[in-house]
Design a protein around this ligand. Structure first.
Ligand SMILES: Cc1cc2nc3c(=O)[nH]c(=O)nc-3n(C[C@H](O)[C@H](O)[C@H](O)COP(=O)(O)OP(=O)(O)OC[C@H]3O[C@@H](n4cnc5c(N)ncnc54)[C@H](O)[C@@H]3O)c2cc1C
Length: 1022
């Protein structure tokens, strides 16, 4: 059925009546609010002072929230005072005088320091207690009883750390089971409070819990709906059974957008099972800030009708607005939330009407503290004759108490959302609440802190929107003037990274599944060499196989010999003259068109990577995006570089009588020798950098990824690249690679791969330079290995650190040059970190790369498998195997090695020094940060590195002292993006400018200056 306003029992003419009634109800509520002014003797007065003071300056607010966030990890007064100084030093001029003075005297280790630390901690805890109902069942029962005395019901939410492992998911479930078992007998024996325990004749459950589905599965991931549903379902059914037996209501909370569809789907699936189909005491949340929410609510209504038993819907606006906005912008995805506050409010009202119209299949619970939103809901209910008892109002613990009481007094059922639990997860919740309450758009802030009049607060959202739009038009922003927009300086400035695929969308998963099937149907095809535009067959062939299933041949690729290498170089030399003379814009256009073709074929190309290189879906997709980025970025960069305005091209410093011109010339024939681990991206990056700067290329891919390289060749052939400009020459490195490196006419060798091969190439290139008819010094660009470390500081956010290390160490089975292979952990958090890390890693799914739920796929080949297993043996000798996942039968089916973690490794041990290129992580204990940094730097490589810390001073030290090309603070150390994180290291990690960065192309050109004396007998042009 259709779900528009016309389908409601509200005629258009009635909207005016509802609007009138909304304002009347709103005015009534405002005038009946309990005394809202706290007095100086109350805790709330102090809290309000602190908030008002923090809100005055954005930088103070940010620092205060950051301090609250790290506070649970600061268990000594020294660490707390140190952080106080680090956080507030730069913003101290904005602090009120008493706070500034206190900070000045509070030095770590002094009496004053201890006193200030103690006061700070007390204050923060008190603040947390305002929003968190208790730390254990007893305290929560007391809080619940207090609410009942005020005729308010409750729903309990257990605050949890991010669930990183299956053990933690089990704990979370158990905590709910214990909670229900612990309180139900007591609560059910309390005497009845009809206002909250009944809805007309219906007896409502008194125990009511709110649950987050993501906490019921450590691998909750919409890319794998089937696996996730299966795992969540197992735990959720246990919870539902226990709840039903204890007469408890269960509400499913809603979290971030990326898991919204799957959360709704799981709810619908389980609640439609025979066992639960007739159970009424369940509910779910709809977030009105989401643009999808109307469609979701309508689908839910249809489903409930079909189910035949109603469910409750808690309608909220949504708690993750900032997160969703930042995430979507940084990923280049459409923003899923409304971007104007009034739009969210308007949608909330639209959904309220839909929800009430869907009664009795859906039962409305309005979760809001906004008097306008609530009044509108009550007005609609009244208008359609829905009795008060059939609607529920819900608010958060510790917020808007005077409002709650006014509504209770008006005869509405009020339920309080009461989070409870330990302080560490509690702080994250506290910060969310404070962020919301201090936001410029918050209803509570505007009406109660800034005393905006009720008339304005009660305006309809549309009216508010119109006023906002009108005032925006009166004062156009200076920044948006056309002159400013036109002044964009360079092509590269408008480069945007290709957005990764959002696999939470069913249509994208379907396209990937289809592409995998198509690619499977093309297995076993043959691919010839391409030299001078001609397909060339060979006597020998490379069988490229699927590392997930080694009896499966992905493709049969011609394997070049030295003779063919010589012809390929000759072809490239032949094409050089014409190609290098083409205007840079034309060469760049080939790259742009290649990017467009890759975009069209992105699923198919990704599918080839899944099968040929054992990349999981997201990893494969990321590689295609990076290849597209290289094309788009280098195309722009090359044009900029040649342009007088943005680069050095043709520009010269002229003085009277002398004209100087500066040019870039291509270097000549370039041998591109690429690895298999980023099979399209790295190959495309090196190749296009050479091509766009006017060089011609012989492309020698790794044998293990020759089919994907053939696809790149196909793309350039389809674009009509002239013959010889790009040649495709798969073959063994020892013969074909060596022939290219040593060829006297090869001017540039762009290599990415192992240190041993890189150094060999460097040496041979030097030895064979200067031997051709036109002698030249070969230019070598070599990106080599890494032995990358992440430091875990004593104050790190362990939720983030555990997940960051897991992703960096085991993503693509540790086969990225950027992968983390050492975790250097400060003594204080070592044990805690290690045990969470081990469990989180144990929970990863090892499996074939084409299964969407796979986190750890196969290694690339038998040689890798044997080498990594050898390191596993060495790890056992050098340390303690904290985790050794056996890949089981998969190790025979494909080249699988399960993830391994070795603890207590000495920083000088082989496991901590040698590049392994597999899922093996060494965990090293450090006394303090000095030692941790020293250990991190004590390897021969300097590629990537990272630190998880919440101390600004320590982050600064890492910035200065950690010797790596790419340093990451408080995030995983893999996944560099073109332009945003140009990539490459130094020491034994390589020579050359960072790939995907502004200087990269300079390595492929020769700078040349022409100076002319323009003076003729004392006359010079001006
Ligand atoms: C009982 C209860 C349970 C809840 N459960 C959940 C839950 O499961 N999941 C969840 O996500 N939230 C939940 N919330 C939180 C809720 O989503 C809101 O964050 C909170 O209630 C504030 O909304 P408001 O209507 O009270 O205040 P208002 O001040 O009217 O609205 C604030 C809200 O407007 C939105 N907003 C702010 N700025 C903008 C902008 N520039 N453009 C567009 N929109 C903007 C945001 O969603 C923000 O939270 C719950 C709230 C309650 C009361």
């Amino acid at each position: 059925m259709g779900h528009d306003l016309n389908a409601l029992p509200i005629a258009e003419a009635d909207h005016a009546a509802i609007e009138r009634s909304t304002r009347e109800i709103g005015q009534y509520i405002f005038s009946h609010l309990a005394d809202q002014h706290a007095n100086i003797f109350e805790r709330r007065w102090w809290d309000d002072r602190i908030m008002a003071w923090a809100m005055r300056d954005e930088s103070v607010k940010v620092q205060m929230f950051r301090l609250l966030d790290v506070l649970p990890m600061l268990d000594t007064s020294e660490s707390l005072t140190e952080h106080l100084h680090e956080y507030f030093h730069d913003v101290s001029k904005f602090l009120p005088t008493p706070a500034r003075l206190a900070l000045a005297v509070a030095q770590p280790g002094t009496l004053a320091g201890r006193a200030v630390a103690a006061a700070g901690r007390r204050n923060a805890l008190a603040h947390a207690r305002r929003f968190i109902a208790g730390t254990n069942t007893q305290e929560v029962l007391v809080a619940a009883m207090r609410e009942r005395k005020l005729r308010r019901g409750f729903t309990l939410d257990i605050l949890g750390e991010a669930v990183a492992s299956e053990v933690e998911a089990d704990h979370y479930l158990q905590a709910y089971l214990d909670l229900i078992a612990g309180i139900a007998p007591t609560v059910n024996s309390w005497s009845e409070v009809p206002e909250i325990d009944r809805a007309a004749d219906e007896v409502l459950p008194r125990v009511n819990v709110s649950v987050k589905l993501s906490a019921l599965d450590s691998q909750f991931d919409p890319i794998d709906p089937v696996g996730t549903t299966e795992r969540v379902g197992r735990r959720l059914r246990d919870l539902l059974r226990a709840a039903r037996a204890a007469r408890s209501f269960v509400n499913i909370d809603m979290e971030s957008y990326k898991i919204k569809d799957l959360t709704l789907a799981i709810f619908r699936q389980i609640m439609a099972e025979d066992e639960f189909r007739e159970w009424r005491e369940v509910g779910i949340v709809i977030q009105a800030y989401l643009k999808d929410s109307e469609a979701d609510l309508c689908a839910l209504a249809d489903w409930a009708r079909e189910r035949g038993t109603p469910v409750w819907v808690r309608l909220v606006k949504g708690a993750y607005w900032d997160y969703e906005t930042v995430l979507a912008n940084s990923q280049g995805w459409p923003v899923p939330v409304f971007e104007q506050k009034w739009e969210t409010d308007a949608n909330y009202e639209r959904l309220t009407r839909l929800l009430i119209a869907a009664y009795p299949h859906l039962r409305p619970a309005l979760g809001s503290h906004n008097i306008r939103s609530i009044a509108h809901g009550l007005a609609v209910a009244k208008h359609v004759g829905l009795p008060n008892s059939q609607i529920e109002l819900q608010m958060l613990y510790g917020m808007a108490d005077h409002l709650k009481q006014a509504l209770v007094n008006m005869g509405y059922r009020m339920r309080i959302y009461m989070p409870y639990g330990e302080l560490i997860p509690g702080m994250a919740y506290l910060v969310r609440r404070l962020l919301e309450n201090t936001s410029n758009d918050s209803f509570l802030r505007a009406s109660f802190t800034e005393n905006v009049s009720p008339e304005i607060m009660l305006m309809s959202p549309w009216e508010t929107g119109m006023r906002a739009t009108a005032s925006n038009h009166q004062a156009p922003s200076e920044n948006s003037s056309p002159a400013v927009i036109a002044a964009a300086v360079s092509q590269a400035d408008d480069f945007r990274n290709e957005p990764l695929q959002d696999f939470s969308k069913a249509e994208h998963r379907q396209e990937m599944t289809d592409a995998l099937a198509t690619v499977r149907s093309e297995f076993g095809r043959t691919y010839p060499l391409v030299i001078d535009g001609q397909a060339v067959g060979t006597d020998h062939a490379i069988e490229s196989i699927d590392p997930s299933q080694k009896d499966r041949v992905v493709g049969v690729v011609a394997s070049a010999s030295v003779d063919e290498a010589l012809s390929a170089v000759a072809a490239a030399e032949g094409a050089l003259g014409q190609w290098s003379k083409r205007p840079v814009e034309e060469r760049a256009e080939f790259l742009r068109r290649a990017a467009a073709l890759m975009r069209e074929r992105r699923y198919e190309l990704a599918a080839w990577e899944v099968y040929e290189c054992g990349k999981a879906w997201r990893e494969a997709d990321g590689d295609i995006c990076e290849a597209i980025d290289f094309c788009e970025f280098y195309a722009r960069l090359a044009i900029d570089m040649q342009s007088e305005r943005t680069g050095r091209g043709e520009r010269g410093v002229d003085v009277p009588g002398e004209e100087n011109r500066f040019y870039y010339l291509p270097r000549g024939v370039t041998a591109v020798i690429a690895p298999w681990n980023f099979p399209l991206a790295i190959l495309t990056g090196m190749t296009t950098a050479a091509l766009v700067t006017g060089n011609t290329v012989v492309m020698k891919p790794a044998e293990q990824s020759s089919v994907i390289a053939a696809k790149l060749m196909e793309i350039f052939q389809e674009l009509g690249l002239p013959p010889g400009v790009l040649n495709y020459l798969p073959g063994p490195g020892e013969t074909v690679g060596a022939a290219l490196v040593e060829h006297p006419n090869v001017a540039v060798i762009a290599f990415t791969g192992s240190r041993a091969v890189g150094m060999h190439i460097y040496r041979r290139a030097a030895e064979t330079s200067g031997q051709g008819a036109a002698p030249l010094v070969k230019r070598v660009i070599a990106e080599m290995g890494g032995k990358n470390a992440i430091i875990i500081d004593a104050d790190a956010d362990l939720d983030e650190a555990v997940l960051g290390v897991v992703r960096s160490a085991f993503g693509y089975q540790g086969q990225k040059c950027s992968a983390c292979s050492r975790a250097i952990v400060l003594d204080k958090v070592y044990d805690q970190f290690l045990s969470r890390l081990v469990e989180a890693t144990r929970s990863l799914k090892v499996g074939p790369a084409d299964e969407p739920g796979t986190s750890v796929g196969p290694l690339i080949d038998a040689e890798s498998q044997a080498r990594v297993l050898d390191y596993v043996r060495i790890g056992g000798e050098e340390g303690r195997a904290a985790l050794a996942v056996d890949a089981g039968p998969l190790a025979q089916q494909g080249y699988f090695v399960g993830p391994h973690i070795f603890a207590d490794i000495n920083s000088g041990a082989r496991l901590a020094q040698e590049e392994i290129f597999g899922p093996v992580l060494a965990v090293i204990r450090a006394r303090d940060l000095d030692q941790a940094i020293e250990m991190a730097n004590s390897v021969e490589y300097a590629l990537t590195g990272g630190i998880f810390s919440r101390s600004p001073a320590n982050l600064d030290r890492a910035r200065r002292e950690m010797q790596v090309g790419n340093l990451y603070l408080n995030r995983p150390i893999t996944g560099a993006l073109v332009n945003r994180q140009p990539f490459g290291g130094f020491k034994m990690s390589g020579i050359g400018s960072q790939a995907g960065g502004a200087d990269y192309l300079l390595q492929f050109v020769i700078p040349r200056t022409v100076t002319e004396n323009t003076m003729r007998r004392g006359f010079a042009p001006s």
